[in-house]
Design a protein around this ligand. Structure first.
Ligand code: GLU
Length: 480
């Protein structure tokens, strides 16, 4: 095989959709697997709908995902002369023709066709114009588009995911390739660019299959061999509708903001519809590059499963070394104003312990800030249900008081020592350890679940633990 050259050609929309991200991942993996080139092209011919800010948002997402490109970004808006040149060539070869019909006339034709239940196709009025008639219109300056002449016959191709696909040309319209304002339509610009960028494989969503037939007609008219095509099934939500905002986050950056790791998101999206032919689910980027093939893409639509993505993210969090994980979590703690960058530098050792304590329990980076909030600020709010369970016994305050006294006598505040003290006290009180464990957890964290209590108390530190227990006693005595 000659050098593989694939491309991703997003239209600037202001964000990168997870579906587009997945198609990009497939292109990227395919290029890396074959040691080929991955090219980025921005389809911004509709200048009114695109600006650099929207493009930047897409580039930022691709960079975050680590999907580096070898060429580009090329901007279609800067390549108008190419499209015009190719259209001119088709005109000269009689493969395309001028169409002078105005939007109103076309609309009227469409309405008539609809009334007659006839196919909604251009009726070739302008193809039948004589040279003189054409000249006359050109002289008058009538706006003119260029249409492709679709010959009779059949258009077929072998899709690398779906197999043989074909369509009768009579079902296809003489499509406009260059609008009267000299801008190309999507299908035409796409073919010209894929030709000029020497694309060998077009890997894109299966919503483009209908376009592929049109594009094949353009390749034919240009007398050029088309690339290979692989259409990727679209991602559906649990309700089997195409995934959209309704199903939750759909933009890659939203996942970043929610605390997903880029490796987890790439892994999850890659395996959404592709499998390396075994049941492994956690694959490193290098493994995916090694194993990726288009034959492994399943032609049926995959369902986006948010819980599975969260599970996978949790697996990645646990597999991340603490120092690196802290660097990833820190921006979330800072954003929630739980710590400043300056303090974080000073308390790095302490923060590392915090990370290792919560690592097993967090599925996203953001959850460290949510679940571990009480380590940084405590509002003395207690879970209402736990409160009636653990603070309402008549002896609750007394028990906590004795415990606080014992704990304050400890020289070093280490978990083994804390545990010994608490269990010893429970024995003396002739109560189960749990009768102290639950209230003290509630007193110091406001919650009834979390990391192992003794680790947690050690990390909070003696002063803070005693202070929080005292506050809880005050609460029990005054509010209950
Ligand atoms: N701009 C098109 C899109 O975003 C590109 C389709 C293609 O890959 O040809 O859907």
């Amino acid at each position: 095989m000659s050098e593989v050259r694939v491309r991703m050609a997003p239209s600037p929309s202001g964000f990168l959709h997870v579906g587009t991200a997945r198609t990009t991942i497939y292109n990227w993996l395919f290029a890396r697997h074959h040691r080929g080139k991955f090219i980025l092209r921005i389809e911004d011919t509709d200048v009114s709908r695109s600006n650099q800010k929207m493009v930047d948002a897409i580039l930022e997402s691709l960079r975050w995902l680590g999907l580096n490109w070898d060429e580009g970004p090329y901007y279609q808006s800067q390549r108008m002369a190419h499209y015009q040149r190719y259209a001119q060539k088709l005109l000269e070869n009689g493969k395309a023709y001028f169409c002078f019909c105005s939007p109103d006339e076309l609309e009227e034709k469409r309405r008539q066709a609809m009334d007659l239940k006839a196919p909604l196709k251009y009726d070739r009025t302008c193809l039948r114009l004589s040279e003189a008639e054409k000249e006359e219109r050109i002289k008058r300056g009538v706006p003119k588009a260029i249409r492709l002449f679709v010959p009779e016959g059949e258009t077929a191709f072998s899709d690398l995911v779906y197999g043989e696909l074909k369509k009768q040309n009579e079902e296809l319209d003489d499509l406009i390739i260059l609008r009267s304002n000299q801008t190309p339509t999507y299908n035409f610009a796409c073919v010209v660019d894929d030709v000029e960028m020497r694309i060998t494989h077009v890997i894109r969503g299966n919503d483009h299959i209908a376009n592929t037939f049109k594009q094949l007609l353009i390749y034919d008219a240009l007398g050029l061999a088309p690339p290979k095509f692989a259409h990727i099934p679209l991602i559906l939500g649990k309700d089997r509708a195409k995934i959209s905002k309704r199903h939750g986050a759909i933009s890659v950056m939203e996942y970043k903001e929610k605390g997903f790791l880029r490796e987890a998101l790439v892994n999850y999206l890659a395996l959404l519809g592709w499998s390396p032919k075994d049941d492994r689910e956690i694959l490193s980027i290098d493994q995916m590059i090694e194993l990726f093939s288009l034959e492994g893409v399943n032609p049926s639509n995959p369902i986006f499963d948010q819980e599975k993505l969260e599970w996978m993210n949790g697996e990645y969090i646990r597999a991340t070394e603490d120092q690196k994980l802290l660097d990833l979590v820190l921006p979330f703690l800072i954003k929630e104003k739980l710590i400043t960058e300056h303090t974080a530098k000073r308390k790095r050792e302490w923060l590392l312990k915090f990370i290792s304590l919560f690592k097993e329990r967090c599925k996203t980076l953001k959850e460290f800030a949510e679940k571990g909030k009480y380590f940084f600020e405590f509002s003395h709010q207690y879970e209402p249900e736990a409160l009636s369970k653990y603070f309402s016994a008549p002896e609750a305050a007394d028990r906590l008081n004795v415990l606080a006294e014992r704990l304050s006598e400890l020289e070093t505040f280490e978990k083994a020592e804390i545990e010994q003290t608490l269990r010893g006290l429970a024995d003396k009180m002739k109560i189960k350890s749990a009768a102290l464990i639950h209230p003290v957890r509630l007193a110091t964290t406001g919650t009834s679940t979390g990391p192992p209590l003794f680790d947690l108390l050690e990390l909070l530190g003696k002063g803070e633990v005693i202070k929080r227990i005292k506050k809880a006693i005050e609460f029990i005595q005054t509010k209950l």
